[in-house]
Design a protein around this ligand. Structure first.
Ligand SMILES: [Zn+2]
Ligand SMILES: [Zn+2]
Length: 365
């Protein structure tokens, strides 16, 4: 558990080991949460899925993630409630290791710390592995007694580094330049693998799909393994499209249609935020001046905004004297400050107003 971190390549390898033992399907549908080891937008995940696609010689693979905060929608997550039953009243303790190793462990506050330390002290890795073995056996025993619909849970061995490498290498026939450090599109967009991405893959916020083109003489993907009739009914997933009532259109109405992600709530929210930012920028331009570095030198004092409880910095367009500052401070005690207001100076002291070039508030925190 310590030295076998969850990542996309490990998940793909372990899934491969399970699926390869069955009578090799040609379609694979995955449903996961959006954690970093599953996040379908990440190139690392996409490459792991491509390696799985190639190794199993699939016709079509779709990986879909649940919306943020809704992993409960994923049926496999329900295993957690049963696993928790098995963990009721179980307390775990590992045995002690050598004094030196225990001393190293005292300094480690996270899995990452332990992994880093193990690089410096290889005996820590072996020591911990042996040390945790009895605990893992105990947990396996507990979990194997749990059931879902009268069927006992099965435990599978974690994939070895070698297994992970073998699955990864299935991609090298497509692109020998690929390395495990390739983690963003910029790394690979000029490499041969990008042809495969463009030819077979659809990458959306909530799903990633890989599909053969179906042509027998294709140089990028292999020939299909099912009948042409079945293959012809397959298409990349459509995006949700709103219907006139408050629902989305039925899947069957949009399948095979050319859709876009523009109705995705998070994309709309991001766009609205961007629009608001642009509008704000425009508004800032209309202000007499903006709080730039020059004026920041004259920053007079931090005051508390009464409406949104954030500290705002007041800037002055010209240097103000100590006396003027005192008058301003006195004035600030008498007013209820709101973001965006400015203060002007006249013979009677300071006056709060919105458009003036004597003193101004910058909306930066
Ligand atoms: Zn093809
Ligand atoms: Zn405010």
């Amino acid at each position: 558990p310590v030295f076998e971190p969850s990542n996309a390549a490990r998940h793909a390898t372990e899934l491969y080991e399970i699926v390869a033992k069955t009578n090799k399907p040609y379609l694979l549908f995955l449903y996961t949460d959006g954690g970093p080891d599953h996040q379908v937008k990440f190139i690392k995940t996409q490459l792991a899925l491509i390696s799985l696609f190639l190794a199993l010689d699939l016709n079509y693979l779709v990986a879909v993630r649940t919306p943020p905060g809704h992993s409960w929608k994923n049926p496999v997550e329900r295993i957690m409630s049963i696993l928790n039953l098995g963990l009721q009243c179980v307390s775990l303790m590992r045995q002690e290791m050598d004094v030196e190793l225990e001393e190293i462990m005292l300094k480690c506050n996270s899995m990452n710390d332990i992994r880093k330390m193990a690089e410096k002290t290889p005996s820590l890795k072996e020591g911990l592995k042996q040390n945790l073995n009895s605990m893992i056996t105990l947990l396996n025993d507990v979990f194997e007694q749990l059931q879902l619909k009268d069927e006992n849970f099965k435990i599978f061995e974690d994939a070895s580094e070698l297994d992970i490498d073998i699955l990864w290498n299935s991609m090298l026939q497509l692109d020998p330049t690929l390395t495990k450090d390739d983690r963003n599109w910029a790394n690979i967009k000029n490499n041969p693998i990008s042809n495969f991405f463009n030819h077979c893959c659809h990458s959306h916020s909530y799903f990633f799909s890989i599909k053969k083109c179906g042509k027998d003489d294709c140089e990028i993907c292999l020939p299909i393994r099912s009948s042409q009739d079945i293959f012809n009914t397959l298409d990349h997933l459509p995006d949700p499209v709103p219907a006139n009532n408050e629902h989305y259109k039925n899947f069957s109405d949009v399948y095979h249609m050319d859709t876009s992600e523009s109705y995705c709530p998070s994309i709309q929210a991001r766009k609205a935020k961007l629009d608001k930012y642009k509008k704000k920028q425009r508004r800032d331009k209309q202000m007499p001046w903006t709080g730039n570095a020059q004026r920041a030198i004259h920053a007079t004092q931090i005051i508390l905004d009464c409406h949104c409880n954030k500290s705002r910095c007041l800037y002055a367009s010209k240097k103000i004297t100590e006396d003027e500052k005192k008058i301003l401070m006195a004035h600030l005690d008498t007013v209820c400050y709101t973001c965006g207001t400015t203060f002007s100076q006249n013979d009677n002291g300071f006056k709060m107003e919105l458009e003036d070039d004597s003193l101004e508030e910058s909306s930066r925190k």
